[in-house]
Design a protein around this ligand. Structure first.
Ligand code: IMP
Length: 198
Protein backbone atom coordinates (compact mmCIF):
# COMPACT_ATOMS: atom_id res chain seq x y z
CA UNK A 1 0.00 0.00 0.00
CA UNK A 2 1.31 3.47 -0.86
CA UNK A 3 1.50 6.12 1.84
CA UNK A 4 0.28 9.63 1.09
CA UNK A 5 0.59 12.58 3.45
CA UNK A 6 -2.52 14.75 3.58
CA UNK A 7 -1.87 18.35 4.64
CA UNK A 8 -5.03 19.01 6.63
CA UNK A 9 -6.02 19.56 10.21
CA UNK A 10 -9.67 18.84 9.40
CA UNK A 11 -10.68 15.44 10.80
CA UNK A 12 -13.82 15.28 8.62
CA UNK A 13 -11.75 15.67 5.45
CA UNK A 14 -9.24 13.13 6.67
CA UNK A 15 -11.98 10.54 7.21
CA UNK A 16 -13.58 11.27 3.83
CA UNK A 17 -10.30 11.07 1.96
CA UNK A 18 -9.33 7.79 3.61
CA UNK A 19 -12.70 6.37 2.56
CA UNK A 20 -12.29 7.71 -0.97
CA UNK A 21 -8.86 6.16 -1.51
CA UNK A 22 -9.88 2.81 0.04
CA UNK A 23 -7.18 0.18 0.37
CA UNK A 24 -4.98 1.45 -2.42
CA UNK A 25 -3.37 4.24 -0.44
CA UNK A 26 -2.80 4.79 3.25
CA UNK A 27 -3.38 8.38 4.21
CA UNK A 28 -0.94 9.85 6.73
CA UNK A 29 -2.11 12.80 8.77
CA UNK A 30 -0.11 15.74 10.08
CA UNK A 31 -0.19 14.08 13.47
CA UNK A 32 1.66 11.10 11.97
CA UNK A 33 4.53 13.42 11.04
CA UNK A 34 4.39 15.48 14.25
CA UNK A 35 3.11 18.72 12.75
CA UNK A 36 0.65 20.48 14.99
CA UNK A 37 0.93 24.07 13.74
CA UNK A 38 -1.97 25.74 11.92
CA UNK A 39 -1.39 25.67 8.19
CA UNK A 40 -1.64 29.13 6.61
CA UNK A 41 -4.28 29.68 3.90
CA UNK A 42 -4.14 33.34 2.96
CA UNK A 43 -4.50 33.18 -0.81
CA UNK A 44 -7.48 34.74 -2.55
CA UNK A 45 -7.98 31.71 -4.80
CA UNK A 46 -8.95 28.12 -4.04
CA UNK A 47 -6.01 26.68 -5.99
CA UNK A 48 -3.68 29.21 -4.31
CA UNK A 49 -4.75 27.99 -0.88
CA UNK A 50 -4.40 24.32 -1.84
CA UNK A 51 -0.85 25.03 -3.08
CA UNK A 52 -0.01 27.09 0.01
CA UNK A 53 -1.06 24.27 2.34
CA UNK A 54 0.79 21.59 0.38
CA UNK A 55 3.96 23.72 0.11
CA UNK A 56 3.92 24.45 3.84
CA UNK A 57 3.92 20.74 4.67
CA UNK A 58 6.39 19.86 1.91
CA UNK A 59 8.83 22.49 3.21
CA UNK A 60 8.53 21.12 6.73
CA UNK A 61 8.85 17.42 5.87
CA UNK A 62 10.36 17.07 2.39
CA UNK A 63 7.74 14.36 1.82
CA UNK A 64 5.41 13.93 -1.13
CA UNK A 65 2.08 15.30 0.08
CA UNK A 66 -1.21 16.81 -1.01
CA UNK A 67 -3.70 19.39 0.26
CA UNK A 68 -7.20 20.33 -0.77
CA UNK A 69 -9.13 23.57 -0.63
CA UNK A 70 -12.85 23.89 -1.23
CA UNK A 71 -15.27 26.72 -1.81
CA UNK A 72 -19.04 26.83 -1.98
CA UNK A 73 -19.93 29.13 -4.89
CA UNK A 74 -23.51 30.38 -4.87
CA UNK A 75 -24.92 31.82 -8.11
CA UNK A 76 -27.22 34.39 -6.47
CA UNK A 77 -24.30 35.63 -4.34
CA UNK A 78 -22.00 36.11 -7.35
CA UNK A 79 -19.91 33.10 -6.34
CA UNK A 80 -19.64 33.87 -2.63
CA UNK A 81 -18.59 32.61 -0.14
CA UNK A 82 -16.10 30.89 -2.49
CA UNK A 83 -12.55 30.97 -1.20
CA UNK A 84 -13.86 32.50 2.05
CA UNK A 85 -16.23 29.57 2.81
CA UNK A 86 -14.48 28.64 6.07
CA UNK A 87 -14.62 32.16 7.54
CA UNK A 88 -17.87 33.30 5.93
CA UNK A 89 -19.53 34.31 9.22
CA UNK A 90 -16.33 35.94 10.52
CA UNK A 91 -13.09 34.97 12.28
CA UNK A 92 -13.58 32.17 14.80
CA UNK A 93 -16.95 31.12 13.37
CA UNK A 94 -18.00 27.48 13.17
CA UNK A 95 -19.81 25.40 10.51
CA UNK A 96 -23.19 26.17 12.04
CA UNK A 97 -22.59 29.96 12.01
CA UNK A 98 -21.72 29.75 8.30
CA UNK A 99 -24.87 27.79 7.48
CA UNK A 100 -26.98 30.28 9.42
CA UNK A 101 -25.41 33.13 7.46
CA UNK A 102 -25.98 31.55 4.07
CA UNK A 103 -29.62 30.77 4.87
CA UNK A 104 -30.08 34.38 5.93
CA UNK A 105 -28.40 35.78 2.82
CA UNK A 106 -30.58 33.56 0.61
CA UNK A 107 -33.78 34.29 2.49
CA UNK A 108 -36.45 35.18 -0.10
CA UNK A 109 -34.08 34.37 -2.99
CA UNK A 110 -35.56 32.06 -5.65
CA UNK A 111 -32.35 31.05 -7.43
CA UNK A 112 -30.73 28.57 -5.01
CA UNK A 113 -28.17 27.15 -7.48
CA UNK A 114 -24.68 26.57 -6.13
CA UNK A 115 -21.71 24.30 -6.52
CA UNK A 116 -18.79 23.09 -4.47
CA UNK A 117 -15.41 23.41 -6.13
CA UNK A 118 -12.42 21.54 -4.72
CA UNK A 119 -8.82 21.82 -5.84
CA UNK A 120 -6.26 19.27 -4.72
CA UNK A 121 -2.58 20.23 -4.99
CA UNK A 122 -0.17 17.29 -5.03
CA UNK A 123 3.56 17.76 -4.55
CA UNK A 124 5.38 14.78 -6.00
CA UNK A 125 9.19 14.78 -6.11
CA UNK A 126 9.05 18.56 -5.69
CA UNK A 127 6.71 19.17 -8.65
CA UNK A 128 3.18 20.55 -8.18
CA UNK A 129 0.11 19.02 -9.83
CA UNK A 130 -3.49 20.25 -9.56
CA UNK A 131 -6.77 18.30 -9.75
CA UNK A 132 -10.23 19.87 -9.65
CA UNK A 133 -13.62 18.44 -8.76
CA UNK A 134 -16.99 20.14 -8.88
CA UNK A 135 -20.55 19.22 -7.95
CA UNK A 136 -23.59 21.27 -8.93
CA UNK A 137 -26.63 21.50 -6.69
CA UNK A 138 -28.89 23.81 -4.72
CA UNK A 139 -29.10 25.35 -1.26
CA UNK A 140 -32.18 24.33 0.74
CA UNK A 141 -34.16 26.71 2.94
CA UNK A 142 -33.45 24.68 6.07
CA UNK A 143 -30.94 22.13 7.40
CA UNK A 144 -31.46 18.41 6.84
CA UNK A 145 -29.29 15.51 8.04
CA UNK A 146 -26.52 14.83 10.51
CA UNK A 147 -23.71 13.37 8.38
CA UNK A 148 -20.78 15.22 6.85
CA UNK A 149 -19.67 18.71 7.83
CA UNK A 150 -19.65 22.35 6.75
CA UNK A 151 -22.47 23.27 4.40
CA UNK A 152 -23.55 19.63 3.87
CA UNK A 153 -26.92 19.99 5.74
CA UNK A 154 -28.17 22.60 3.23
CA UNK A 155 -26.65 21.31 -0.04
CA UNK A 156 -28.61 18.97 -2.34
CA UNK A 157 -26.63 17.76 -5.37
CA UNK A 158 -28.40 17.98 -8.69
CA UNK A 159 -30.36 14.78 -9.47
CA UNK A 160 -30.72 13.84 -5.78
CA UNK A 161 -33.34 14.52 -3.12
CA UNK A 162 -31.09 14.15 -0.08
CA UNK A 163 -28.63 16.69 1.23
CA UNK A 164 -24.99 15.62 1.55
CA UNK A 165 -25.67 15.41 5.30
CA UNK A 166 -28.47 12.86 4.74
CA UNK A 167 -26.36 10.63 2.49
CA UNK A 168 -24.28 7.71 3.68
CA UNK A 169 -20.61 8.72 3.33
CA UNK A 170 -19.96 6.36 0.38
CA UNK A 171 -22.67 8.12 -1.62
CA UNK A 172 -21.41 11.66 -0.90
CA UNK A 173 -17.81 10.60 -1.56
CA UNK A 174 -18.74 8.93 -4.84
CA UNK A 175 -20.17 12.13 -6.34
CA UNK A 176 -18.65 14.98 -4.36
CA UNK A 177 -16.23 17.73 -5.41
CA UNK A 178 -13.55 16.18 -3.15
CA UNK A 179 -14.24 12.66 -4.42
CA UNK A 180 -13.89 13.78 -8.04
CA UNK A 181 -10.65 15.68 -7.42
CA UNK A 182 -9.23 12.76 -5.44
CA UNK A 183 -10.18 10.20 -8.12
CA UNK A 184 -8.29 12.30 -10.67
CA UNK A 185 -5.26 12.43 -8.37
CA UNK A 186 -5.34 8.66 -7.79
CA UNK A 187 -5.53 8.01 -11.51
CA UNK A 188 -2.52 10.28 -12.00
CA UNK A 189 -0.58 8.55 -9.21
CA UNK A 190 -1.32 5.11 -10.58
CA UNK A 191 0.07 6.22 -13.92
CA UNK A 192 3.03 8.23 -12.65
CA UNK A 193 3.76 6.40 -9.39
CA UNK A 194 4.87 7.58 -6.01
CA UNK A 195 7.49 5.25 -4.72
CA UNK A 196 8.77 6.84 -1.59
CA UNK A 197 8.53 10.08 0.33
CA UNK A 198 10.99 12.43 -1.15
P1 IMP B 1 -11.39 24.39 3.28
O1 IMP B 1 -10.74 25.74 3.24
O2 IMP B 1 -11.03 23.50 2.15
O3 IMP B 1 -11.19 23.73 4.63
O4 IMP B 1 -12.95 24.55 3.14
C1 IMP B 1 -13.60 25.75 3.44
C2 IMP B 1 -14.95 25.51 4.03
O5 IMP B 1 -15.78 24.94 3.02
C3 IMP B 1 -15.00 24.54 5.19
O6 IMP B 1 -14.80 25.19 6.41
C4 IMP B 1 -16.41 24.04 5.10
O7 IMP B 1 -17.29 24.92 5.74
C5 IMP B 1 -16.69 24.08 3.62
N1 IMP B 1 -16.51 22.75 3.05
C6 IMP B 1 -15.38 22.19 2.54
N2 IMP B 1 -15.64 20.96 2.08
C7 IMP B 1 -16.95 20.73 2.33
C8 IMP B 1 -17.79 19.61 2.08
O8 IMP B 1 -17.40 18.56 1.58
N3 IMP B 1 -19.08 19.76 2.46
C9 IMP B 1 -19.57 20.90 3.03
N4 IMP B 1 -18.81 21.95 3.29
C10 IMP B 1 -17.50 21.87 2.93
Amino acid sequence: MTDLLFATGNVHKLREVQEIVGNEFRILSLRDVNIDSDIPETSDTISGNAAQKARFVYEKTGMDCFADDTGLEVDALDGRPGVYSARYAGEGCNFDDNVTKILKELSGVENRNAHFRCVVCLILAGEEYFFEGRIEGAILKERKGQEGFGYDPVFVPIGYRQTFAEMPPYLKNGISHRGKAMFKMMKFLKKNGNNDHG
